[in-house]
Design a protein around this ligand. Structure first.
Ligand code: ADP
Ligand code: MG
Length: 251
């Protein structure tokens, strides 16, 4: 039976983890992880070092194979054959900025569009200048990474990812390697992106950002999702003792 006009068709989630299990050798690092991220949703993942946060988000774009369960991106199972297609729709920003030091900012932003996606140079450069302008770093286009602050480099890394028009952005501790005075400019850039409706999965311990931007906060410990809640509930009324203990240590 097809749904009538009064029955809204549920929108396909952006990302789904369904009972995902992963081992590194004998270490069981993801234990039955299930999480559904809706389109435009912003999810912040926190938890102690070694709890599996990076491994989990790296599963989304096929950077980590997993041994049980399913990851779905935009409704499609992440089979090996689909990894190249998924990587075109999932942008990732790491702790270390990973810019090419011998290329200008503009060339960093156009490299993958031109050489990986067959976009013409002129169109790729126009898009890159657009993204740089939206992140308020248009004036950096002709500089080399070594001439930029850490905060500027990370904002370029975000612009570069956006040039591929991702449907989802993954962030893995994007401010952890920054000097403290540069953290805020990167968080502000991420908040702007969130306000534009981007679907975001962010591993971060910046709890001010989580409060301000997240729709839900996920707490991981020892490879498991221990607690998931909207920020207000997560910070004011954490349910699990391990969440309380973690928050007590970092807040
Ligand atoms: P987090 O990002 O929360 O700090 P990770 O996802 O990096 O945690 O790591 C989860 C667990 O997997 C840790 O015990 C870590 O030591 C282990 N691990 C991560 N990467 C590898 C790897 N390439 N080989 C073996 N073990 C790994
Ligand atoms: Mg990590």
């Amino acid at each position: 039976m097809s749904p009538g006009p009064e029955t809204p068709v549920p929108e396909t989630p952006a990302v789904e983890f369904l009972g995902v299990n992963k081992w590194f050798g004998s270490a069981h690092v993801l234990r039955d992880v299930s999480l559904t991220v809706a389109k435009s949703e912003k999810v912040v993942i926190c938890g102690p070092s070694g709890s599996g946060k990076s491994t989990l988000i790296r599963c989304v774009n096929g950077l980590e194979p997993y041994q049980g369960g399913t990851v779905r991106v935009d409704g499609h199972d992440l089979t090996p054959g689909r990894i190249p297609a998924v990587r075109r729709t999932v942008g990732m920003v790491f702790q270390s900025f990973n810019l090419f030091s011998h290329l200008t900012v503009l060339a960093n932003c156009t490299l993958a569009p031109i050489h990986g996606h067959g976009i013409g140079r002129r169109a790729a450069e126009a898009r890159a200048r657009d993204e740089l302008a939206r992140l308020a770093i248009a004036d950096l286009a002709d500089r080399y990474p070594g001439q930029l602050s850490g905060g500027q480099q990370q904002r370029v890394a975000i612009a570069r990812a956006l040039c591929l028009d991702p449907a989802v952005m993954l962030f893995d501790e994007p401010t952890s390697a920054l000097d403290p005075e540069m953290v805020q400019e990167v968080l502000d850039t991420m908040a702007d992106l969130a306000a534009r409706g981007m679907t975001m999965l962010c591993v971060t311990h910046e709890m001010g950002f989580a409060r301000r931007v997240a729709d839900r906060v996920v707490f991981m410990d020892a490879g498991q999702i221990v607690e998931v809640a909207p920020p207000e509930a997560f910070f004011e009324r954490p349910e699990h003792p391990r969440t309380r203990e973690f928050l007590g240590r970092i807040l």
